[in-house]
Design a protein around this ligand. Structure first.
Ligand SMILES: [Cu+2]
Length: 130
């Protein structure tokens, strides 16, 4: 089980090259979504141009931002900070769904991610965060 988004390497024909991920962020339409952003290795930047959102992901820090998507759909972004040799392969996908579909997704995600580890290791802090 993976919680993070990763680039889809063997892309089906209907996907955009280098823009699809194996796990998508799912949010409800018309709601304010608060984001807490960090990094575990180097500086990155989380950006979805359609939302007008771009925020640095900094190891050892939490940055905060928000967005509100007013139309159902699929939105694409990429890391927007030149972060290293794999920079070109860091897509971001956000699915904006109806309130009803979001509730269904939450139920499914609870079951799928219930076995997730209870802690995350932050590289710069060198300690466990619960
Ligand atoms: Cu990056």
């Amino acid at each position: 089980m993976r919680l993070a988004e990763f680039l889809v390497r063997d892309e089906p024909p209907q996907t955009f090259r280098l823009l699809d991920t194996d796990t998508r962020i799912v949010v409800p339409v018309g709601k304010v979504v608060k984001m807490l952003v960090t990094a575990s290795d180097v500086l990155h930047s989380w950006a979805i141009p359609s939302f007008g959102v771009k925020i640095d992901a900094v190891p050892g820090r939490l940055n905060e931002t928000w967005f509100q998507a007013d139309e159902i759909g699929t939105y694409y972004g990429q890391c927007s900070e030149i972060c290293g040799i794999r920079h070109a392969y860091m897509p971001i996908v956000v699915e904006v769904v109806s309130e009803e579909d979001f509730k269904l997704w939450v139920e499914k995600a609870r079951a799928e991610y219930a076995e997730a580890p209870g802690s995350t290791r932050l590289a710069s802090a060198g300690r466990q965060v619960h």
